[in-house]
Write a protein of this length. Structure first.
Length: 360
């Protein structure tokens, strides 16, 4: 009998050692971690089977890369074109995904007619209020969160020149971030349910710019400006990031009662452009890239108020980095050009899987 017990004991030990937890993809892992995992998308690519299948399998959130920007929505002063944005919403609804809207106020990606129109501040104010009101109402109940203002600060944390701020601006040029505040108030009036974000680049860690973002949103919160969160873009152009500083910045923002979304994560690599295209990345760079992805995902997951992690695209086949870097960099995303998961994907998947039941 004791021998039999010992044999059973060994069997149980053996079985528990070999029992593996089932593999969860990003989306499956994100739900129990109370996390939105998203990707920026181009609706013209939904017809590509591998694109749609990968997207709907792996992500529970999408954001239009360009389809809700001024240059798409406002072909001329008198027209709103929601065709592309509506395609994104339909795709998301068909696959049970949330939609993040991007973006209502930016000095980039505006139509020619706006820049060349010679509008006065009162005219620009009316145009912006009409734009925010019409777009946010059109997507009310469909877009759960908006980047209301994008990249309003320069690298030193000072307000950037913009048609909305001071070129010539909407009439608040001498009042600091008052134009930003006004945009949030208009967006809130159009859809009181939507979460409203200030989205910014290069202020992810601890630096002068992130200090300026922090000071601005702290003041907004104190004065009751309707802001719900800060979007940290997280375009990483080098293979070293102080992810501890990112975690500290996320912690101080969420301590204000704001949510943080990582909104545009990609980690671009130098490409070996001596051979034939498509140019490959170096294998060791792919591993270093994975380490950065891991650190950033972990930094978010440490703060319960960091509620979304989104990559800017998801396959290296379609990424803005190629044109942005004139071909010198690329391979920035978690799936390669053939939609095969890269080490960066594995890193995200492992970190998110390990965060199940995190506090929220
Ligand atoms: C980029 C898009 O990816 C490109 O397709 C477009 O040509 C230019 O804009 N920060 C942002 C995004 O907030 O809107 C930008 O997207 C990338 C930088």
């Amino acid at each position: 009998m004791p021998g039999l017990c010992r044999q059973f004991g060994f069997l149980i030990l053996f079985l528990s050692a070999t029992a593996t937890t089932p593999f969860l993809n990003l989306r499956q892992a994100a739900d129990p971690a109370h996390l939105l995992v998203g990707a920026a998308v181009r609706p013209s690519l939904f017809s590509e089977a591998a694109y749609s299948e990968t997207l709907s399998r792996e992500f529970n959130m999408v954001e239009p890369e360009d389809a809700m920007k001024w240059w798409t929505v406002r072909p001329n002063a008198g027209t709103f074109n929601f065709r592309e944005g509506d395609e994104v919403v339909r795709f998301a609804q068909a696959h049970g995904m949330k939609v993040r809207g991007h973006c209502l106020v930016w000095d980039h990606n505006n139509p020619e007619w706006l820049a060349q129109g010679g509008f006065t501040p009162p005219q620009l104010s009316r145009l912006l209020q009409e734009h925010i009101t019409t777009v946010v109402k059109h997507y009310a109940g469909q877009v759960f969160a908006w980047d209301v203002v994008n990249e309003a600060l320069d690298e030193n944390g000072r307000l950037r020149d913009s048609p909305w701020y001071n070129r010539p601006g909407i009439g608040l040029a001498d009042k600091g971030p008052a134009y930003i505040e006004q945009a949030f108030r208009w967006a809130h009036a159009a859809d009181p349910q939507a979460l409203l974000f200030y989205n910014e680049a290069e202020g992810e860690g601890l630096n002068g710019k992130s200090d300026a973002i922090y000071a601005m949103v702290k003041d907004f919160k104190r004065r009751g400006v309707p802001i719900d969160g800060v979007g940290l873009q997280m375009h990483v152009p080098q293979l070293e990031v102080d992810t501890g500083a990112v975690a500290a910045n996320i912690a101080r923002l969420t301590a204000l009662g704001l949510q943080v979304h990582i909104t545009e994560l990609d980690v671009s690599l130098p490409l070996n452009i001596s051979g034939p295209a498509p140019y490959p990345a170096r294998p060791d760079d792919l591993l270093r890239q994975a380490t950065i992805y891991r650190g950033i995902v972990r930094a978010c997951l440490q703060s319960p108020g960091c509620t979304a992690i989104q990559t800017w695209g998801f396959t290296d086949k379609y990424s803005w980095i190629g044109s942005h870097s004139h071909g010198a960099r690329g391979a920035a995303l978690p799936f390669d050009r053939a939609y095969t998961p890269k080490p960066a994907y594995d890193a995200m998947q492992e970190e998110i899987s390990a965060a199940k039941n995190r506090p929220h």
